[in-house]
Design a protein around this ligand. Structure first.
Ligand SMILES: Nc1ncnc2c1ncn2[C@@H]1O[C@H](COP(=O)(O)OP(=O)(O)OP(=O)(O)O)[C@@H](O)[C@H]1O
Length: 292
């Protein structure tokens, strides 16, 4: 388990990260979301130890993380750090060797990962001959090459096409089986699809955290009502509801005093209703609410 405890970082006068507590559990993918400048990269850099904390601690397996612990983590930094004039296979093998692999196993591991990312036939090409998306795949492979004990990935999906995202996810699920994975992203639909847990950061502070299901069930529910006929405008006359939107025969509303159990009967007493469905908030709505 990787965790941060009251992690704080000041840059001169400005507090970029302010008392962040978070837990990244083994075998779970934790999404780290927040607006631009919220402090995600700064937090991740402190988790990895490439940036010192002003105060607070990073723990690995329940005790303060050491340099050795952090060497065993896989990190994909925001500022990508590969060698443009090196071949793909040499590059990945080089990273594997830095982590103590023999020349033979480093090369085998490099080729294995390249194969998985559909880059096997480009193994001897130079990095800068690849498209940006493919360079990104190599960057992800570099974070995985030493079979890390934890993964900290700063926007690993940016710049990837949907096919590459799927390949990346398959790889993550295969390679990261039991390790804690923290990744930041602005692609909330993707975060919703793949994350078990979520940490929402705003202004350097954690404003919401929990499993994706927990957060969605805490959010304000709304209801989608489809009426017979062309216009659901009459729904506005109902007591104890707040109509958010009318779109022809479909109204979206929330409850403002009316008990949920009474909604269907109340609607039916006023007009013909074809469907009433409860709508749980999407991750984007939760995000907007938490970072308002
Ligand atoms: N080296 C630095 N020196 C001064 N200020 C910094 C430094 N690094 C980050 N900051 C400031 O800290 C704040 C948090 O930045 P950070 O990059 O951690 O946010 P972020 O959530 O990763 O944003 P983004 O989603 O845009 O990548 C910002 O106001 C940023 O300008």
């Amino acid at each position: 388990m990787l965790s941060a405890h009251a992690l704080t970082r000041d840059f001169s006068e400005r507090r970029a990260v302010d008392g962040v507590d978070l837990i990244v559990r083994p075998g779970r993918i934790t999404g780290f979301v927040g607006a631009n400048g919220a402090g995600k990269t700064t937090t991740m850099r402190m988790l990895m130890g490439v940036l010192g904390a002003t105060s607070g601690e990073v723990h690995w397996q329940g005790r303060p993380a050491t340099v050795e612990d952090r060497r065993s983590f896989g990190y994909m930094p925001e500022e990508r750090g590969l060698y443009p004039r090196m071949t793909l296979v040499d590059q990945l093998a080089f990273f594997a060797r830095l982590h103590g692999a023999s020349a033979r196993s480093a090369r085998a591991r490099a080729l294995e990962l390249l194969g998985f990312f559909d880059l096997g036939d480009r193994a001897d090409d130079l990095l800068d001959s690849l498209s940006l998306g493919n360079q990104q795949r190599v960057q992800i492979a570099a974070a995985l090459v030493h079979r890390p004990t934890a993964l900290v990935l700063d926007e690993p999906f940016s710049g990837l096409d949907p096919h590459a995202v799927d390949a990346m996810l398959e790889l993550l699920q295969r390679e990261a089986g039991d390790v804690p994975v923290l990744f930041s992203s602005h692609q909330l639909d993707l975060v919703e699809r793949i994350c078990d847990d979520l940490v929402v950061l705003a202004g350097g502070r954690v404003v919401s955290a929990g499993t994706v299901d927990e957060l969605r069930s805490q959010g304000a529910e709304s209801y989608r009502v489809e009426v017979a006929g062309h216009d659901a405008g009459w729904v506005k006359g109902l007591d104890g509801v707040l109509v958010q939107e009318i779109d022809g025969p479909v109204a979206t509303l929330s409850l403002a005093g009316l008990p949920a159990d009474d909604l269907v009967a109340s609607l039916a007493s006023r007009g013909a209703v074809l469907e009433v469905a409860r709508v749980r908030p999407s991750l984007s709505e939760i995000f907007r609410e938490a970072t308002r």
